[in-house]
Write a protein that binds this ligand. Structure first.
Ligand code: SF4
Length: 369
């Protein structure tokens, strides 16, 4: 089926789960948005309202107006009811965005820029949170606010199609732009992930966009495809995939707590079984089960303690010894905390932080960390 209007979010939704796409874009089933999605939506609206307020009043910032802007945006947001227990969290996100960026009216290109783009036979819809034009129109700086609890790694940001899409949109609208500095601002973490492109990104993105549209236009049926994206799905209540026994789906905080408890029990059972199998294979040798071998495998590895001689050997062989040097993050930590050395190291530090799913002991003894 040919499409006319194209949104990157919709195409990515189709690739993630054709059924969710059909519910939302074809059958127009009223959405039951999950809380994080609602919260992200209203926070983005309030952040845009805040920067528009600053721009309209010739201000670079106006933190004192945040409570009022948050209140009005919350009350007038079209998708109601909003989760009232998350109001403070919402205000915190807006404050974090306001503190992370001081409005530069002279270079401002757009706030919540929704202008559609005509591309070949399609109209493409992309919303850019905020962007600026620098260096006499040669460089665009694009900012995207992220309300996720999960902090992406730099590699995650580099793979994100969204940033390429923003660069592509501005590159077409403003042919003089040569460089695109795209930033994800992770509001909960105070971290920025920055990816830079030149104009070669335009052709690369167009190729991907055409391929995605072709997949969507060629779709004959729309089966459910359960995965991590189910957490953000507005249709999980009516999804046929969740009628299948054994499919795990978390709908409410109570569900999440139940799954967490199950994991704790299962992890303990798994640990006990691994210990028993470890003892068995230590005595009897390896055990093959359905193509997987359990047992004790030798890992061979070496290290060099005399780094000076290592450097000399490599230099004599015409190799650069510095290529082998890696700074150990654990050893670096106390140096960063050292009041004398830390400040001198500051300009050398490269931010490699990211978040990953795991479990840790709750030091406060609470149920919810
Ligand atoms: S709950 Fe998951 S599988 Fe079902 S429609 Fe939504 S995204 Fe697809």
């Amino acid at each position: 089926m040919a499409v006319k209007n194209v949104g990157l979010t919709a195409l990515e939704l189709y690739l993630d789960c054709p059924r969710a796409y059909a519910f939302e874009r074809i059958e127009r089933v009223p959405a039951h948005k999950p809380e994080p999605l609602l919260l992200g939506g209203v926070a983005h609206a309030a952040i845009a309202a805040y920067f528009q307020h600053c721009y309209g009043n010739g201000l670079s910032s106006d933190l004192e107006r945040i409570p009022e802007i948050c209140r009005v945006t919350w009350q007038t947001y079209p998708e109601q009811p909003l989760p009232h227990h998350a109001y403070d969290d919402y205000v915190g996100l807006v404050e974090a965005a306001a503190r992370s960026y001081t409005l530069d009216a002279e270079h401002l290109g757009g706030i919540e820029d929704r202008e559609p783009l005509a591309f070949e036979r399609w109209t493409v819809w992309l919303v850019i949170d905020l962007w600026e034009l620098h260096d006499d129109g040669l460089t665009a700086v694009i900012r995207d606010w992220k309300s996720d609890h999960h902090l992406w790694s730099q590699a995650d940001a580099e793979q994100a199609l969204q940033l390429q899409a923003y660069a592509w949109k501005l590159g077409i609208q403003y042919p003089q732009i040569q460089r695109f500095v795209c930033e994800y601002h992770f509001l909960r973490h105070g971290k920025v992930r920055r990816v830079e492109y030149d104009r070669s990104v335009l052709a690369r993105f167009e190729e991907k966009l055409r391929a995605m549209i072709a997949l969507r236009e060629g779709a004959k049926d729309f089966p459910p495809r359960p995965g991590a994206h189910c957490q953000w799905c507005s249709y999980s209540e009516i999804c046929p995939a969740f009628k299948v026994p054994g499919v795990v789906h978390i709908e409410t905080p109570e569900d999440a707590r139940h799954i967490g408890e199950e994991i704790l029990v299962l992890e303990k059972r798994l640990k006990d079984r691994k210990e028993a199998l470890k003892a068995f294979t230590a005595a009897h040798g390896k055990l093959a089960v359905n193509g997987i071998v359990f047992g004790h495998f030798l890992t061979e590895s070496h290290t060099v303690e005399d780094l000076v001689t290592l450097g000399q050997v490599l230099a004599e062989a015409g190799r650069d010894p510095w290529e082998l040097v890696r700074v150990d993050a654990t050893k670096l930590k106390p140096l960063i905390r050292d009041p004398e050395i830390g400040p001198k190291l500051e300009p050398l530090l490269v931010d490699k932080s990211y978040s990953s799913f795991t479990s840790r002991k709750d030091k406060g003894g609470r149920d919810d960390a």
